[in-house]
Write a protein that binds this ligand. Structure first.
Ligand code: BG6
Ligand code: MG
Length: 221
């Protein structure tokens, strides 16, 4: 088995629980457009880019928008989302994450971010965790959104580590597919019934240590 050399983290739903903020922001747009949109539908938007999320909603409601109206909906969704994240503080980091990042930082295992969000750095700054990430890849730097592998491949490239030595942490189906498309193993964070394509699943990072992850990595060989 290759030694574990890097951990690449998704942001939304892994480091911080913004999925509900995304849901509420999209829900306001869906209501305006008379599109039925539920929490269960929102599962399909985890890790999905802003434009692809709106396309998903429009398909759900069989609604067509002009390019101008499409841009306007994306802009207003993001304005709403920004009002939610403006109130975030370091207390919003998910349980176990600060401790796990600190342990990784003290070890030889390197740390990168692979997020679809264009707000990733803003969110990390608000929760005070930016300094842990040696390489930060977000939605501003990639052309092809998850499930394309770009965000994770760029992360590995930035660290100068081969994909086979990287482990991805992801809460979204599209993100786990992206990790696999990059030739990386993925630990799903959340419900194992939903994330059944992941190589391992943990409900949260609570009580998670580097030893836990090394054991999971060994079991993946
Ligand atoms: C992902 C979220 O991390 O980022 C998605 O899981 C979101 O729900 C995507 O659509 C893009 O985020 P943003 O902040 O650029 O609209
Ligand atoms: Mg996510």
């Amino acid at each position: 088995m290759n030694p574990l050399q890097a951990c690449i983290f998704d942001l939304d739903g892994v480091i911080v629980d913004t999925a509900h903020f995304h849901y509420l922001s999209w829900k306001a747009i869906a209501d305006e457009l008379h599109i039925p949109f539920t929490i269960a539908d929102n599962e399909h938007l985890k890790g999905v880019s802003r434009a692809d999320s709106l396309n998903f909603l429009l398909k759900l409601g069989d609604v067509t928008l002009s390019p101008e109206a499409f841009e306007d909906c994306m802009k207003r969704k993001n304005e709403q989302f920004l009002t939610f994240i403006a109130g975030m503080t370091p207390a919003d980091a998910l349980n176990g994450i600060p401790e796990f990042l600190e342990e990784l930082k003290q070890s030889a295992v390197r740390i990168a971010l692979g997020s679809a969000s264009k707000n990733a750095v803003l969110i990390l700054d608000r929760i005070g965790l930016t300094h842990y990430f040696e390489v930060l890849i977000d939605g501003n730097q990639i052309k092809n959104a998850k499930p394309a592998p770009d965000v994770f491949l760029k992360g590995a490239e930035g660290l100068e580590i081969l994909p086979a030595y990287c482990l991805v942490f992801e809460d979204g189906i599209a993100g786990i597919e992206a990790a696999h498309n990059a030739g990386m193993k993925a630990v799903g964070i959340g419900d194992k019934n939903i994330l059944n394509m992941a190589d391992a699943v943990m409900p949260t990072f609570e009580q998670c240590t580097l030893a836990t992850i090394q054991n999971i990595w060994q079991s993946m060989s």
